[in-house]
Design a binder for this molecule. Structure first.
Ligand code: HEM
Length: 457
């Protein structure tokens, strides 16, 4: 179907023929595709509760010990309680506490040193960026910070890569689950990576349990364990067959890697790729930084002073949403979308790519133009058809963490260094490749320190 086109482009093309809302059979599954923000907002927000279900999928069921995570677990009172606990735990380390800022900053300093040591040679920034984001998540989840080349960090990155690769290849298996009875290389690799992941995370969990106190949580694992021991054991979820178990805690930690590394590092790499195409955008961000921040380290409270940088981040997420089709939702009751009846159990695929490129709402949607997020008076605006993190009951639980990371990483990088193409190199390919997320193809950069930052950090 679609001659090899990735689903977001195929659905956009089908939308031109059949209209912005259409249904199709993916294997035996009736699936409704939404290409327009009006219907997407109806499903995600107005009828968010009715469409907050998730379908069963073989690969993610394996990955999450039968839905003990947030992203792939079906809607239930226990899921709601689990999501609230995770949300509260993230908030603990959120913008207010300063803790997260310290964690990200330390990783940014290492990244800057590493990039600047690349010298005037062209190199691929992707491994260093992914390592820096992985390090943030490791510190946030279990308080480990790794130096470049650390064996445990390599292990985390290796199994994470393996999981991402096999989940991306699992499409057919998730449409026809019975395929799993046949020998399957993809499924075997996924199981191996999950086993390595679980060994490492179980060890961290046991260490945390042994040293857990009533004091302020050191990290996400502490916060989850404390929450597990307090009120979160009670309430609706408990009556439904148990509260938050160790498996839930473990799967949440695993999900912080699965959902938090690839998405954030890929968004950073897309923005750098577009900046290489539009050097004037880099100069304007740097002028804003020089005027508003100068040479002191950038902090979270500078966000309000750096509106153009925030627009560059938004425009990067608009033009290349890393999750171009959202995780499938399912209708939990008979309902309707745009007046069309929808049966319980129907899958709903929100095509964020089509929504972020809808010419009715975006002028020249294929053009990278951060100014579209500013109004005539230079104030920031957020159009209703911009939803890179989804919306409603299933909105990304890591949104504020991701936004904080994107802001601190990009501001610190552009404050300290400039990016350009190696001599004679063509600018990065902007088509991208769809795996679990939509990634840019590898490209090379030359990094030069800005005045005063020759030492890096
Ligand atoms: C869900 C985007 C970073 C954790 C999602 C969804 C999107 C998204 C589009 C699906 C919403 C839906 O199904 O309707 C992004 C982007 C990120 C990012 C663009 C970075 C630039 C993170 C981070 C974490 C995280 C850092 C955690 C450490 C999650 C979780 C869900 C989710 C747990 C599932 C929510 C649910 O099903 O209730 N994200 N995300 N994400 N994200 Fe993120």
């Amino acid at each position: 179907m679609g001659g090899g086109l990735p689903p977001h482009l195929l659905f956009t093309q089908l939308g031109h023929r059949y209209g912005p809302v259409f249904s199709l059979l993916l294997g035996p599954h009736l699936s409704v595709v939404l290409n327009r923000h009006q219907e997407a907002r109806e499903v995600l927000l107005q009828r968010g509760r009715e469409f907050a279900g998730r379908p069963f999928m073989v690969t993610t069921d394996l990955l999450t010990r039968g839905g003990k995570d947030i992203a792939f677990s079906d809607f239930s009172p226990l899921w709601k309680m689990h999501r609230r606990l995770v949300h509260d735990s993230f908030t603990l380390f959120g913008e207010g506490s300063g803790r997260l800022q310290d964690i990200v900053r330390s990783s940014v300093d290492d990244l800057c040193l590493e990039l600047l040591s690349g010298g005037g040679q062209g190199f691929d920034p992707s491994p260093a960026v992914t390592r820096a984001v992985t390090n943030v998540v490791c510190t946030l989840v279990f308080s480990s910070t790794y130096r470049h080349g650390d064996a445990e960090l390599q292990e985390v990155m290796r199994y994470n890569d393996g999981i991402v690769e096999t989940i991306a290849g699992g499409g057919l298996l998730d449409i026809y689950p019975w395929i799993k009875v046949f020998p399957n290389r993809c499924l075997r690799k996924l199981k191996d990576c999950i086993a390595i992941r679980d060994r490492l995370l179980s060890r961290k969990l046991e260490e945390h349990k042994a040293s857990l106190s009533d004091g302020p949580p050191r990290d996400l694992l502490d916060a989850l364990l404390q929450g597990q021991g307090q009120g979160h054991q009670e309430g609706e979820g408990h009556q439904e067959g148990g509260g938050i178990t160790d498996d839930h805690v473990l799967m949440t930690a695993a999900e912080a890697f699965g959902a938090g590394v690839e998405t954030t590092s890929t968004t950073l790499l897309w923005i750098l790729a577009f900046i290489l195409h539009h050097p004037q955008v880099q100069r304007r961000v740097q002028a804003e930084l020089d005027e508003q921040v100068g040479e002191r380290p950038v902090c979270v409270s500078d966000r309000v002073r750096l509106p153009y940088l925030e627009c560059v981040i938004n425009e990067g997420m608009r033009i290349r949403p890393v999750s171009p089709v959202l995780i499938p939702h399912t209708a939990m009751t008979d309902s309707s979308i745009g007046g069309h009846p929808v049966r319980r159990g129907t899958r709903v695929l929100v095509n964020m790519w089509a929504i972020h490129h809808d010419p009715e709402h975006w002028d020249k949607p294929d053009l990278f133009n951060p100014d579209r997020f500013l109004d005539d008076r230079g104030h920031r605006v957020t159009p209703p058809c911009f939803m890179p993190f989804g919306a409603g009951p299933r909105v990304c639980v890591g949104e504020s963490l991701a936004r904080l990371e994107l802001f601190l990483f990009l501001s610190s990088l552009l404050q300290r260094m400039s990016f350009k193409l190696p001599d004679g190199a063509s600018p990065p390919n902007l088509q991208g490749r769809l795996g679990v997320v939509l990634q840019p193809l590898r490209y090379k950069v030359v990094v030069t320190p800005r005045e005063g930052w020759e030492g890096g950090a």
